[in-house]
Every structure is written in structure tokens, then in C-alpha cells.
Design a binder for this molecule. Structure first.
Ligand code: CO
Length: 163
């Protein structure tokens, strides 16, 4: 089900979130709602607080990759750094550059409750870091180096090609 996306200045985006202790049918419904809402918003990732659920769940799906469902995600290793432009479904029409780690190792549970570990780099690593920040009430504008006007985005992408 597509849920309403919480946008700034809603205080909910600043809330801390609770760990998932047990995966229930509500957890699975939340994962499904996050997916429907992300797709309807044409996003590459979304975190539970963005639909008003204050638990540690986020999903990520880049155009060319499979859906990642992250329950209680935790970055256990992070290296390198790079700068690239970001946006957010909860902050419409704002885009700007953010420095992130280039490569991360993430521990998380999948929807079956299996403990998983993944290595991500480049754009995927960036999106995962953005979504995990949401679970701690942190938004990309908190880390923004420079805002990029919407009409300059295309030129930015042409000059700064991610893999
Ligand atoms: Co966001």
C-alpha cells in the first residue's frame, strides 16, 4: 500500500527509531508499504520514519540491482570518501552534495530474520548511508556541502559520472 511520505518540517523525521526484536506480519507489511511508496515516489531508497514508522527498517533499490530490505542495519566498517549529489523524498526539490564513505560493510537482518552481511561501494554505499542516517533522525541537508539548483542537476550529472 502506498503511504503518505512525511516531509520537512515534520518532526517525525528527527525521531530516533527502535530496533526490531521480532519480525511479525506488521514488519512484513511495513516492508511492502515502503516498497510501494518508494516506487510511487520514484526513489532509490526509503526509510521507515519517512512513512511515520519509527523502527530500524529501510529499503534500497537502484535501477540495476535487486531490492535490498535492511532490518536493524548497522555499518560495521567504512572506508574511503567521495562527494556526490543527493536528494530525498522527504525534502522535495532540494538537491545538494554530500561527502560519504566510498565503501561500507553492513550487517542487517533480512525479512526471514536471517543475519546477513554485505559489502557495498560507490552509489549503492551512498544510498545505504543516506537511509541509515534517516533511522537516526539525520537528513542529508545536515551534511550538505553545497546545494545544487534543480536546473543545474543535469549538468552536474554530466560532469560527475558515478559508475
Ligand atoms: Co532520504
Amino acid at each position: 500500500m502506498i503511504r503518505e511520505i512525511v516531509v520537512l518540517p515534520d518532526e517525525g523525521l528527527r525521531q530516533q527509531t527502535a530496533e526490531i526484536n521480532e519480525i511479525t506480519s506488521e514488519t512484513l507489511d511495513l516492508l511492502d508499504d515502503l516498497y510501494d511508496t518508494m516506487i510511487s515516489g520514484d526513489g532509490v531508497g526509503i526509510a521507515a520514519p519517512q512513512i511515520g514508522a519509527y523502527v530500524k527498517i529501510a529499503i534500497v533499490q537502484l535501477d540495476d540491482s535487486e531490492l535490498l530490505e535492511l532490518i536493524n542495519p548497522k555499518i560495521i566498517l567504512a572506508t574511503g570518501s567521495d562527494v556526490f549529489v543527493e536528494g530525498c523524498l522527504s525534502i522535495p526539490n532540494v538537491y545538494g552534495t554530500v561527502r560519504r564513505n566510498e565503501k561500507i560493510v553492513v550487517n542487517y537482518l533480512d525479512r526471514e530474520g536471517t543475519q546477513c552481511q554485505m559489502i557495498a561501494d560507490e552509489y549503492l554505499a551512498r544510498v545505504i548511508q543516506h537511509e541509515i542516517d534517516h533511522l537516526n533522525g539525520i537528513l542529508f541537508i545536515d551534511k550538505m556541502i553545497a546545494e545544487i539548483p534543480e536546473n543545474e542537476l543535469e549538468a552536474y550529472y554530466e560532469e560527475h559520472d558515478y559508475e
